[in-house]
Design a binder for this molecule. Structure first.
Ligand code: SF4
Length: 130
């Protein structure tokens, strides 16, 4: 992903920001994510969702990492910190085939442990869309 402004992105982002992208489609509601060969504009995918489905229950979405996010403590994403502290992915397991990595806030902050835990993020336990 090329971002001329070198901005970092949140891999648990908003469905509705202008820049929002779909990274993966879940295997059923709240299921494990299957990563797309290339990110897709969220607006396109949202138009195809059935009425009443909360987008993040079916899609893994990324949007810009923003300073006013409730998960921020200074420059630190506390969501990534909690995720790597509590998830239990197999050490040394392959990293997900995710296109966000060069611009991902979680990868930048926490490296491979964040990526190995990332597919375990469940929508229903996360904060409401911002
Ligand atoms: S933490 Fe890793 S797998 Fe998750 S969005 Fe970032 S680069 Fe992709």
């Amino acid at each position: 992903m090329a971002d001329p402004e070198q901005r970092l992105w949140c891999p648990s982002g908003s469905a509705y920001a202008p820049e929002s992208l779909v990274l993966a489609v879940r295997e059923g509601l709240d299921g494990p994510p299957a990563y797309l060969p290339a990110p897709r504009p969220a607006a396109e995918a949202l138009a195809e969702l059935a009425d009443g489905v909360e987008p993040r229950r079916l899609l893994r979405l990324a949007s810009h990492c923003v300073p006013h996010c409730l998960n921020r403590a200074g420059d630190t994403c506390t969501l990534a910190t909690r995720l790597t502290a509590t998830a239990s992915p197999r050490a040394g397991s392959p990293l997900p085939p995710c296109h966000l990595r060069p611009a991902c806030k979680w990868w930048t902050q926490s490296g491979p442990p964040a990526c190995r835990a990332c597919p375990q993020v469940a929508t229903r336990r996360s904060a409401p869309d911002r």
